[in-house]
Design a protein around this ligand. Structure first.
Ligand code: URA
Length: 275
């Protein structure tokens, strides 16, 4: 971990990070996650109702999302594979031009406690079929490592699953077309916390037009469209590509503060963060 912005300073130990034990995880191997009931629960004080962002679900999202019960790990893998096949059979519905060579569905632990949601694949992701593998991906890897985690322990997805022409920002009809697949991914993985990276992911997940600068650093909730499922806490933060473009002590400090809040919520000990 070379980036001083993400180094764990001694002072961080005292700041908002629970000391509750977390699941043991292998250093580099994919996590064999505990069943959900064995996971440490999120113990932070819930947001007062008045602070919650009400989430008006777009009709398209409500209508097309399949419901999944609580799935065993192997069932989640099957469900994600089936979802991927369903998505790819319908693609390209989310990008209007044929700028992409393959879809980038997402990857990581199917029982991850933490899910990162980005915007859309770029050139490197389109070439490799994997999310966040370019420069922004390296920065995301650093962010994950700073939390004491690795890529295999989290789940990484995007709003769009294919590269938009010229890497432009997703258009609304593209988000409407591809968004339900992301929602279904969330419902299968059922993370305990979602981190939205940048504006488009935050807008989709929270159903808001508010800008990322105002929303980052504040907990919101994603209310699953399926009745009866508990809401999932959401921490919006800057997109790693934005961070790279605006690499200042202020933005680095803000992102690190957001990640520390997530660590606290998940009960990840500050001592697990890599220096
Ligand atoms: N930016 C994203 O939002 N997603 C990726 O997968 C890569 C870059």
């Amino acid at each position: 971990m070379n980036d001083p912005a993400f180094r764990l300073r001694q002072a961080d130990l005292a700041m908002g990070v629970r000391t509750a034990p977390r699941r043991e995880v292998a250093a580099q191997a994919p996590v064999e996650p505990s069943p959900p009931e064995a996971r440490p629960s999120v113990t932070s004080t819930p947001e007062p109702a008045s602070n919650r962002v009400e989430v008006p679900r777009p009709v398209a999202l409500r209508a097309s999302v399949a419901l999944h019960g609580e799935l065993e790990p192997s069932q989640r893998v099957d469900a994600l594979n089936a979802l991927r096949a369903r998505h790819d059979a319908q693609c390209p519905h989310c990008t209007t031009a044929t700028a992409h060579t393959q879809t980038v569905f997402g990857e990581g632990s199917p029982t991850a406690r933490l899910m990162f949601i980005g915007e859309a694949p770029g050139e490197n992701e389109d070439r490799t079929g994997r999310p966040f593998v370019g420069r922004a991906g390296e920065k995301l890897d650093e962010m994950i490592a700073a939390m004491g985690l690795n890529r295999e322990q989290v789940y990484i997805a995007n709003v769009l699953k294919s590269r938009p022409p010229d890497n432009r920002t997703p258009l609304q009809h593209e988000v409407d077309g591809c968004g339900p697949f992301l929602i279904e991914q969330i419902l299968i993985v059922r993370p305990e916390v979602i981190v939205t990276l940048g504006g488009p992911a935050t807008k989709l997940v929270l159903g808001t037009e508010e800008g990322i600068t105002r929303l980052r650093g504040t907990w919101s909730e994603w209310a699953p469209p399926a009745g009866g499922l508990p809401p999932i806490p959401v921490m919006p933060t800057y997109h790693p590509a934005y961070l790279l473009r605006n690499y200042t002590p202020k933005t680095r400090g803000e992102v690190w503060a957001d990640l520390k809040a997530v660590m606290g919520r998940l009960g990840l000990p500050a001592g697990s963060a890599r220096n």
